[in-house]
Design a protein around this ligand. Structure first.
Ligand code: FES
Length: 163
């Protein structure tokens, strides 16, 4: 991960957060959450930095990061496209929706588009099975009964709306 001014700022903010937790026990998960919120994911440099700051071994940090699936060790796009691959969505063609997203964006699953705007991820049941197949973009944009033909239009919305 390149170190640029923006990243220096992010490290400073992380330092501040750690400073506020000084003296408290069991703060590793909180710090990792904060780091992921700041950086968008947890590159190994950031994990090592946290290990040093909290005086724990890098393998302890790595162990926690890989144990919980809400931590990510890969970069993610600005708009994370989460396609539900749970049973209800799968039987209604979620795999074809996934294929269309991947081919329209020219990426493989988990990869970030060159402009950094999108990454596509298969996820477990999103709890909206009656709307299957379901796609979630970001944290709150739900799309139900999605067909492959709807995919270009959905993508366009985020391309136009993004920077
Ligand atoms: S299986 Fe897709 S929302 Fe439940």
């Amino acid at each position: 991960m390149e170190t640029c001014e923006k990243h220096i700022e992010l490290y400073k903010e992380l330092d501040k957060y750690i400073e506020n937790l000084k003296g408290k026990k069991g703060v590793l998960i909180n710090v990792l959450h904060k780091a992921q919120e700041l950086f968008g994911w947890l590159p190994s440099e950031v994990q090592e930095y946290i290990a040093e700051k909290l005086n724990v071994s890098p393998s302890t940090v790595y162990g926690v990061v890989t144990f919980y699936n809400f931590f990510s060790t890969k970069p993610k796009g600005k708009n994370q496209v989460k396609i539900c691959l749970g049973t209800a969505c799968y039987v209604k063609g979620a795999d074809r929706v996934m294929e269309r997203f991947l081919s329209e964006l020219g990426v493989s699953e988990g990869e970030v588009t060159k402009d950094g705007k999108f990454s596509v991820h298969g996820v477990r049941c999103l709890g909206a099975c009656s709307m299957a197949p379901v796609v979630l973009i970001g944290e709150k944009d739900f799309y139900g009964k999605v067909t492959p033909d709807m995919v270009p239009k959905i993508i366009k919305k985020y391309k136009e709306g993004g920077e």
